[in-house]
Design a protein around this ligand. Structure first.
Ligand SMILES: [Fe+2]
Length: 300
């Protein structure tokens, strides 16, 4: 398998790289697709969303459902794009989606996703076991906050590309199976779990697709203490803190949503008001968006 994401495949990498960067969007507006009802996309709407996902691993849709809280809105859109196998965390609602909002009572109280605090750069499920890696992610906004709550977004394949261009040793370090450990019993989202040790970058053995586990958190994380890993992590931190045009910033308003192959993202802090209390649905999947695989898009 000639995945461009394996370091030994230099010519496949160069071929993928030049096509990836060709006409690569540099403004968040280019990610946005206006649709009618996300539960029932037209073929044109579907193709517009899919096309963006094939290029940047993400799309933002702006539908006409407003503050309609129907969970079928994200679920049916996800299904149309091939996202089916939901990851259900302990605090998910009964249907497997998670309602992200400010919660002032247990068990969610005290966990950052259920607060109005900023969330640092990460991919979702970075503490999941290898068997339960998150490949697909959706956010759907029912109600935006009175102010704040923007997301920054970066295609993880672009992060990989910029790191590999700078120094392939960064990639080698972050592909080590013990590069990043989230210690046991960290109570992020209230889930008790064993040590989660694994690489940052990994390549799916069959599809050749790239997966990324990452968090910019600085507490309760153990990076491999070798010079190469620490240099790679420092470079990635600088990249995510820079004003590169590859970082998009967008605020989801009522009826809008993000569908992506678990790209890097953060969230700004926000403030609710009595009639503008932020509510987002989140769905995590073991699937990538159908038709966006590296072999399907690039024929490698
Ligand atoms: Fe997230």
């Amino acid at each position: 398998m000639q995945s461009p994401f394996l370091l030994e495949n230099e010519s496949a990498y160069q071929a993928w790289r030049s096509r990836k960067l060709e006409n690569y969007p540099t403004h968040a507006a280019q990610l946005i697709v206006e649709v009618g009802d996300p539960r029932n996309l037209t073929q044109v709407e579907y193709e517009a969303i899919l096309g963006r996902c094939r290029k940047t691993n993400m799309a933002v849709y702006a539908g006409t459902t407003g503050a309609d809280p129907d969970k079928a809105i994200p679920r049916l859109l996800g299904k149309r794009l091939g996202l089916e196998r939901l990851d259900c965390n302990m605090l998910a609602d009964n249907d497997g989606l998670t309602s992200l909002k400010v919660v002032e009572s247990s068990p969610r109280q005290g966990y950052i996703p259920y607060s109005n605090k900023p969330i640092k750069w990460h991919t979702d499920g970075y503490y999941n076991t290898p068997a339960r890696q998150i490949w697909g992610l959706q956010l759907h906004c029912v109600q935006s906050s009175a102010e704040g709550g923007e997301n920054a977004l970066m295609d993880h394949e672009i992060a990989y590309l910029l790191m590999r261009d700078e120094n392939p040793d960064f990639i080698r370090a972050l592909m080590q199976p013990d590069a990043m450990t989230i210690p046991a019993r960290v109570e992020e989202e209230g889930v008790a779990r064993p040590d989660a040790t694994g690489p940052v970058f990994s390549v799916h053995p069959k599809s050749g697709d790239l997966h990324m586990r990452y968090t910019a958190r600085t507490r309760s994380i153990a990076w491999k203490q070798d010079a190469a890993t620490l240099a790679a992590v420092a470079f990635l931190e600088r990249l995510l803190g820079s004003d590169t045009p590859y970082i998009y910033r967008a605020r989801l308003e009522s009826g809008m949503g993000l569908i992506c192959n678990n790209v890097l993202h953060d969230r700004a802090g926000f403030n609710d008001s009595p009639d503008k209390k932020r509510l987002l649905y989140r769905a995590r999947y073991y699937d990538r968006i159908a038709g966006t695989g590296v072999s399907e898009v690039y024929g490698l």
